[in-house]
Design a protein around this ligand. Structure first.
Ligand code: LAQ
Length: 400
């Protein structure tokens, strides 16, 4: 029996290729779409009974953020990592990935992202919003919860950069990897379940910095009140700027090999030993054929209900200069849907005989919130005549 795949999923199979024979070759050289396909049982020798821990490096063949998040989720839910730890390396086409408890309208200009073709995704782990493109490497470390250690994993990454390229990254308080005391090269988040866990992090190799900045710009017109997790912006640097030898291929190979040779066992793993069974990295095709049910998970990650509907409830306002002062339109949004709308008129301005705060019943009620919801309310208001109160009107309004 090969490792956990059998015990957990009966049918997960992997296209498996040895991608680095000898030390000189590029990580991905020799890998073709039609590389020999084999089940894990064909690749890995049968494990001997007892407490043996082995490790694998998987590389996702997909660049679709929703597919990769689904793959991660599938592995987390279906594998048993007790005697097999896995590192998954994955990259995405341009996207912003917000944390599980975040508000996308706080974090980014949602409409701008859409116009630029940058996807917006929500992950299952907590923390802030990060930008991905193929120059960003995502590294997921899967272990049983009992062996979960962010520090151990980040040490592997730091050690790789030290040994291979003479860099001295440090792990700061929030477990970012930073260089020169301030420049972030990696952000971290994690998910812990009853028995399984993963810690995942980014590595900025050579992302389009201008796109990173532009994709994390906010919509300055929206004023949002919410309890959602806020991101912690930091100055960032690409590893390729620190050492020209750091290419994506070279980094993936170095990180993968450092992972394979690092002992994950701890003092509490009495009677265990770590064995090396895998001779190379395994290319993973995250398709329905290999991971039954993955398409449904992918569709859930891509759905409006998950990306926007999961936003913690919030209050969002826009201010309008109407000549006599600032008018404010406010909406309460729950599960991404507009629950109620009110307008706050500036002092001394009336709408008919109404002043101050006015509850509105509008066509946006119970609809999905978008910044364009404000345009609809604005339009509806424009059909009403606002006027400045004369002192007589003020007295009347006060009596009403
Ligand atoms: N790709 C990437 N890597 C590192 N730092 C980034 C990146 N993109 C943006 N940033 C910077 O980090 C802050 C947000 O930092 P903050 O600390 O708020 O959030 C994080 O770091 C979350 C990391 C999540 C990692 C997951 C791994 C797989 S899927 S995403 C942002 O405002 C930018 O200044």
């Amino acid at each position: 029996m090969a490792f956990a795949i059998q015990s957990a999923s009966k049918c997960a199979k992997f296209t498996s290729v040895l991608v680095r024979q000898g030390s000189g070759g590029s990580l991905l050289s020799g890998v073709t779409k039609h590389a020999a396909m084999a089940t894990s049982a064909d690749v890995l020798p049968p494990s001997t009974p007892g407490k043996e821990l082995s490790k694998s490096v998987f590389i996702s063949q997909s660049r679709d953020v929703f597919t990769n998040l689904a793959l991660e989720d599938w592995m987390y839910k279906n594998f048993d990592f007790t005697d097999h730890h896995i590192m998954l390396l994955w990259r995405n086409d341009p996207c912003v990935v917000v944390g599980r408890h975040q508000n996308p309208w706080v974090e980014v200009d949602v409409d701008l992202l859409e116009r630029k073709g940058v996807k917006l995704a929500r992950r299952n782990s907590g923390g802030g919003s990060v930008y991905h493109d193929p120059g960003n490497l995502n590294v997921s470390f899967f272990t049983p919860k009992a062996r979960y250690s962010r520090k151990h994993n980040l040490d592997i990454l730091a050690k790789t950069l030290e040994k291979e390229w003479n860099l001295s990254p440090e792990i700061n308080k929030k477990e970012d990897l930073i260089v020169d005391k301030q420049y972030k090269i990696s952000g971290t988040a994690s998910r812990l379940g009853r028995s399984n866990s993963y810690h995942h992090c980014t590595l900025l190799v050579n992302v389009e910095k201008a796109n990173l900045r532009a994709s994390l710009l906010k919509n300055e017109h929206l004023h949002i009140n919410s309890t959602a997790t806020a991101s912690v912006p930091s100055p960032t640097v690409n590893l390729s700027e620190l050492h020209p030898g750091i290419t994506m291929d070279a980094l993936m190979a170095a990180v993968g090999w450092q992972y394979m040779k690092t002992d994950d066992l701890t003092k509490s793993d009495k009677g265990w030993r770590q064995v090396q069974k895998q001779k190379g990295f395994q290319m993973v095709n995250p398709s329905e054929e290999w991971f039954p049910g993955i398409q449904k998970i992918r569709d859930e990650f891509a759905s409006w209900e998950w990306r926007y509907g999961k936003t913690p409830k919030f209050e969002v306002s826009r201010n309008y200069d109407i000549g006599w002062g600032l008018m404010q339109i406010t909406m309460n949004v729950e599960s991404g849907l507009v629950k109620d709308v009110h307008v706050e008129l500036p002092e001394g301005v009336a709408w008919g005989r109404m002043t101050g705060r006015i509850e509105l019943s509008t066509s946006v009620a119970n609809q999905r919130f978008t910044p364009a919801s404000f345009l609809l309310v604005e339009k509806a208001l424009k059909t009403q005549k606002l006027h400045s109160l004369h002192s007589d009107d003020r007295r009347q309004a006060a009596r009403a």
